[in-house]
Design a protein around this ligand. Structure first.
Ligand SMILES: [Zn+2]
Length: 405
């Protein structure tokens, strides 16, 4: 039976909706975060109030959470509440939850906020994709993050399910004490942030079959889901052919399908719906700009960039890369040296963005041909879409200056 709200809780929800309505009519943006902040000020417990009596999937990790959230929403079908604007902290969550009555909810959660969100929202399913260093100014937090996730996940009730990536040692360590885990053996190309054991700090041994430490911490072998070419979930073989590119996105879809299965959605229904997703908030879509066509790809950190580089086709030869170093990107672009740009040998890379010279220097060391673009009008005309890889604010700039094809 639904629990009645107190007068204060009702006031908080009304205030949140009021602020967001004012933001919209005065064209100051969707106002989701502004309204959420006001609501949380009135009732810090608002997240718990709004999530009560609803079936919630929470998705977190350093890379792929926006795409995986979108895949969960698509795969569930029908009316699903989600924070699709990417406002992935509590103010964004309460705004999303207040904007819809749907009982099905998928929330993308910033990895640093997972323990806070789990305290208030009691999700049926928690999806842990991966943990790697994001921006350089936030480095070293990744082990601490795994430790914080661990104590939070250990306190989940036994009827809550954790869907966790078995190939990421930091995720495995975090989920180890959770009572109900479904391990997923999905492609994970980035292990540089887990060279030493999260439990005892000794070096980890990586092999083609997995990873292990002398202390006994190892890749779990009781996997629920595996994706080694073919997708298998609890013994069921499923054909998976996504519209969005990349082996990492197939891994995201495998974990989303495993999460939805826990919600009672059979794979025969969720997978076909996920396959129809062609773009996520502009990512992977072909856009046009003054007669040039480009496929926009977003990557914010070394792990994300490496995953994207593995999808760059041999043709066309030209690849555009745009790098900024604003606050949202991380001010220090030295992370470019952790990206495997050597993978672009054979291409010509057009260096864009405020930090195009840092990028060019990195490409020079990598032995990759490059051109520095000081004036965008000198970019060549394209007969077929080029790949445009951009970090956060550079991606936003290209989204706003281009139009869908
Ligand atoms: Zn160890």
């Amino acid at each position: 039976m639904a629990t009645r709200r107190t007068a204060r809780e009702t006031l908080a929800v009304s205030a949140l909706r009021g602020v967001n309505w004012v933001s919209r009519v005065t064209r100051r943006g969707a106002g989701t975060v502004a309204g959420g902040r006001v609501g949380l000020k009135i009732t810090p417990n608002l997240l718990a109030v709004l999530a009560r009596d609803r079936s919630v999937i929470v998705v977190t990790g350093t890379n792929g959470k926006t795409t995986t959230t979108a895949l969960c929403v698509a795969g569930w079908d029908g009316d699903v509440t989600t924070n699709s604007t990417g406002a992935n902290m509590p103010a964004g969550h309460v705004a999303a939850l207040a904007s819809s009555q749907s009982r099905h909810v998928v929330l993308e959660v910033d990895e640093a906020w997972l323990p806070d969100v789990l305290e208030f929202v009691k999700p049926k399913v928690v999806v842990l994709l991966n943990l790697s260093r994001d921006q350089l100014d936030r480095a070293n937090e990744v082990r601490q993050m795994s430790e914080r996730w661990r104590s939070s996940l250990a306190s989940l009730d036994g009827d809550r399910v954790v869907i966790a990536n078995a190939n990421d040692p930091l995720v495995v360590y975090a989920a180890l004490d959770a009572r109900n885990v479904r391990w997923c053996d999905v492609p994970t190309n980035w292990t540089l942030d887990a060279q030493s054991c999260p439990r005892c700090t000794l070096p980890l041994e990586h092999s083609s079959s997995g990873w292990r430490c002398t202390c006994g911490l190892a890749k779990p072998d009781d996997v629920t889901t595996s994706l080694n070419g073919e997708l298998i979930v609890v013994g069921e073989h499923v054909a998976l052919s996504l519209s969005i590119p990349g082996e990492y996105n197939r891994g995201n879809a495998a974990m989303a399908a495993t999460a939805l299965r826990e919600m009672g959605v059979p794979l025969s229904q969720s997978i076909p719906r996920m396959q129809s997703v062609a773009g996520v908030a502009g990512r992977y879509t072909v856009r046009s700009w003054y007669g040039r066509q480009m496929r926009l790809l977003l990557a914010k950190n070394p792990a994300g960039f490496d995953a994207l580089l593995s999808t760059v086709a041999v043709q066309p030869v030209d690849v555009w890369v745009a790098i900024n170093a604003n606050i949202a990107d991380g001010r220090d672009p030295a992370w470019l040296y952790d990206v495997d740009f050597e993978a672009l040998k054979g291409h010509v890379v057009w260096c864009l963005g405020e930090r195009r010279l840092d990028l060019a220097t990195r490409l020079d060391y990598a032995g990759v041909h490059y051109r520095i673009v000081d004036d965008l009008s000198t970019l060549p005309a394209t007969t077929e879409p080029v790949e445009l890889l951009a970090n956060y604010t550079a991606f936003q700039e290209w989204m706003s200056r281009s139009v869908p094809c």
